[in-house]
Design a protein. Sequence first.
Length: 527
Amino acid sequence: MSEIAHERQSGFFTVWTAINKTNRCYSTCVLRFYNTLTKKVDGFKPLRPREVTIYSCGPTVYNYPHIGNLRRYISDDILVRFLKLQGFRVKRVVNITDVGHLTQDDIERGEDKMLVAARREGKSPLAIAEHYTKAFIEDGQQLQFVEPDRYAKATDHIKEMLDLIQKLIEKGHAYEKNGSVYFDVGSFPAYGALSGNTLEHLREQVRADLKAEAFEEKKAPEDFALWKKAEPEHLLQWPSPWGQGYPGWHIECAAMIIKHLGSTIDIHTAGEDNIFPHNEDEIAEASSITGKRLANYWLHTRHLFVDGEKMAKSKGSFLRLTDLAKKNIHPMAFRYLVLGAHFSAHLNFTWPAMQAAQEGWQRIQEVAQLLRETQNNSSADKANTALTGTLQEMRLRFTEALEDNLNTPKALAIVSELVTLANTTIRGKAALADSAALLETLLFFDEALGLLPVATETELDAKKKTALIQQLKKRAALRAEKKFSESDAVREELLAEGFEIQDVPQGVRWAKKTSGQRGVIDANELK
Ligand SMILES: [Zn+2]
């Protein structure tokens, strides 16, 4: 009998199933992603068991995030949530680009988007960076993003960038000219592996695109700046072995990845517009030094269009969450809209589609509320076995949908099925056990999708959390001493207080059934 069939028959199907499936992944790779590097869907094999390192190219903080930017980070959030649900410990760094030379053209012109914003608003670059970093984080909170382990600011890593540039010069991959340092693309044979822009291809393109004077300093037109000499009036500049200057954009990410996550990471995420030149150049810089692959999996989210047109900050015509709020659209309804399209497909935003998404999202909200109320009003009863079987099968299909390259549209369709089933069941005078099972399934789905606004409810108040940690610590200590009957007694005490607990690789997962509150206490907190 297959493992899945056995789980169905035995009726044992909880969060643990997902974790058990992760175990299977090491041999059969159940979890798989479309990898821009290999141009195919690859089975996911993490570098270390049960741990995933992720680096996400973050915002350049010179303006407010628009909904196209936010779509990108919603994809990242689903990835993080699903990996956690699968039992992985996720270590993730998001960078904040606060010195903003974005493209080769910007650098050639000495144009810094941070400086343009500073001039526009009459503020210092530091004030601009602080203001828009805060705006980015606040939008993330409204969309219930799982916080990364670290937001890494580019300007805090100038020393690391200088070290990398120095090493690149020593190894013959970079050269200095008139106070600027350039990467010698011809010195890195694997150039173009991510984007397909090989050296030959590039040489033709660059010749056609760039004016001759723009690259007279460089040995070859395709070479790109690692460090650029600053004129005295340039606001953002730092001392370097080659005189006063400022870093190129790509070296920022290469330096922060190596410093915080190591020479090779599991997953690198970015928007599709970052594939070339940014991500390609990050690879060239980092791999030239380490001799290793920078990231094993590259996940790129495609663009969001508005009424069929590409939205861009540079056009000054972009929609923010506040623009949606003016039309009474909840941020989580936007999240729902985004999940309705696959991350590797373009998403076309229209107001009718947004309205429909808001209605879909409200149906989930209402049914969650109804299930909670039904539980409070029902008397204890035994569970309907047919319903239990259906819910198990739905969980399985849901997990399989996300394992398959994070297929959120499919996962969302299963949530809709559950909503319909819950409405029918409640109307048919549901037993307490039925509504509890329905709610538990909905909350399981929501751990991955994050659609229910639980930000205020999820967290226990500090006092209750401290008490919970104390009891879990006591239990962990008893288990360490192999006093299992006493440790089980602690579990029973917790159950009496309404807490269900499960040991998971990253610590202890807890859920308070009556309120829907849930979370994980990290193993480090229990030592
Ligand atoms: Zn980056």
